[in-house]
Design a protein around this ligand. Structure first.
Ligand SMILES: O=P(O)(O)OC[C@H]1O[C@H](O)[C@H](O)[C@@H](O)[C@@H]1O
Length: 434
């Protein structure tokens, strides 16, 4: 399995003089060879940081996750996944692959990654808590939103079930260290899966953080890792600096940023990749947005956003680098019956499949962007399954850490997010309590 990114739409061969030369991207990508070799040594050694690179070759950690998923599947029609940011976005993206609603074999998953009382209470009112499970996910074990959700749900579950049965419905994923969430789990002896200490939240999708929801949804957890391993093999191997590689993708993003392309638009023409765009947005923003550096990731979806954003993309500021992802959908999907569209103005739709229109739209938008001088790379997927999505995750995580290497920033911390949390606690401290 390899991901054939086509960068030609970002280079002078298609965009004309003044645009990036292929050789510039390749030379920059080649400058990452020492970093790739370092990562390859780490993987062979099977230990060290970044630990997320070791996940594709792991399997043992999936067994306790399988056991937990099995227990919750047996008892629950609905499972709430509490958590935010990196503790939620990966799971949401994986779940998009599941043929939801999944029927009796698998519970419906609800990802609660925000604290709006309106939506939260409305969902709670609809749930049968007797047949509802909860998984609270927090690497730090101290995120206010997740703890607030957890406290409210636990109280409701105790009322509905009885305290002694809490452990049969509620579990946590958090780091194996002392934290408020770990202490709560200890208090009710709740099942607990360890969040890998060396894996950052936004890099945790291939850990139990992402794969427990996948297992709950009946997806093949190992296949995600196999796809990621295949991408890793190629990215760290002799082809690691070729034009379709993560190293070249990182080089392109950094060279483009130096030329004023400060926004990075990811636009899948695949509804099941809509949440992937949100996952990418956190990954790219939080990993690179430091010391005044980094580019702004924008999540778009095609073709729907052609009807809201394309005007800006084509005739607004020339500051965007585009990545369009599509599946081969020609000849697929429901057919437009000619007798329904017998109006001569609709002749172009007669006998067409919905997938034909989607395919034409995706290709036309990419071509239009390139013809208008907008650097656009494309990726065509033959299929979208666990393996391919696993590969996509790994490609973009590698591209991100290699871009951080080129920019000279630390891809793994996010110090700036703490200030607002402290201020929020100050505001809470002076608020009236019930
Ligand atoms: O997993 P947690 O520790 O609860 O953190 C959840 C999220 O919140 C933090 O504020 C960071 O911005 C994210 O990188 C992180 O993924």
């Amino acid at each position: 399995m390899s991901l054939a990114f086509d960068l030609s739409g970002c280079l002078s061969a298609r965009l004309g003089d003044g645009a990036l030369e292929e050789s510039q991207v390749l030379v920059k990508a080649q400058s990452l060879r020492p970093a790739l070799d370092r990562l390859s040594d780490l993987r062979s050694a099977g230990e060290g940081d970044p630990e997320f690179l070791l996940l594709p070759d792991r399997r043992a950690d999936l067994e306790p996750a399988r056991d937990l998923a099995f227990a919750l599947n047996e008892a629950c029609d609905d499972v709430l996944i509490l958590g935010t940011g990196g503790s939620s976005l990966g799971g949401q993206t994986l779940y998009a692959l599941a043929d939801a609603p999944l029927g009796p074999a698998h519970p419906r998953l609800h990802f609660l990654d925000n604290v709006d009382p309106f939506g939260f209470e409305r969902l709670l009112d609809r749930l049968d808590l007797e047949h509802t499970g909860v998984v609270a996910v927090s690497k730090s074990g101290g995120t206010a939103e997740t703890l607030c959700q957890f406290a409210v749900i636990v109280e409701a579950m105790i009322e509905a079930l009885d305290e002694s049965r809490l452990a049969s419905r509620v579990a946590v994923i958090t780091e194996p260290k002392d934290s408020p969430l770990a202490a709560l789990a200890e208090r009710w002896r709740l099942p607990r899966l360890d969040h890998d200490l060396g894996v950052g939240g936004r890099f945790s999708v291939l850990s139990v953080v992402g794969l427990l929801p996948a297992l709950l949804a009946g997806l093949d957890a190992a296949a995600f890792r196999e796809g990621a391993a295949a991408v890793l093999d190629r990215a760290l191997g002799p082809e690691g600096c070729e034009l379709a590689s993560p190293a070249a993708g990182a080089a392109l993003a950094v060279l483009a940023a130096e030329r004023g392309y400060s926004q990075s638009v990811l636009m899948p023409y695949v509804d099941r990749l809509a949440d992937f765009g949100l996952w990418y947005r956190q990954l790219w923003a939080e990993s690179l947005g430091k010391h005044g550096k980094g580019t702004t990731p924008i999540r778009a979806l095609g073709p729907v956003d052609q009807h809201s954003q394309l005007q800006l993309y084509l005739q607004g500021p020339a500051d965007k680098l585009f990545t369009l992802i599509r599946l081969e959908t020609e000849g697929e999907g429901p057919r437009v019956a000619p007798q329904i569209v017998d109006d001569p103005r609709l002749e172009y739709l007669a006998g067409r499949r919905m997938g034909d229109l989607l395919d034409a739209m995706a290709r036309a938008t990419a071509e239009t962007l390139i013809r208008n001088g907008k650097p656009t790379r494309t990726l065509v997927l033959e299929r979208l399954d666990e393996e391919v999505l696993g590969g996509l995750f790994m490609h973009f995580m590698l591209e991100t850490i290699l871009a951080a290497e080129l920019l000279g920033v630390d891809a793994y911390d996010q110090p700036a997010v703490e200030e607002g949390k402290v201020l929020a606690r100050d505001y809470l401290a002076v608020m009236q309590r019930d």
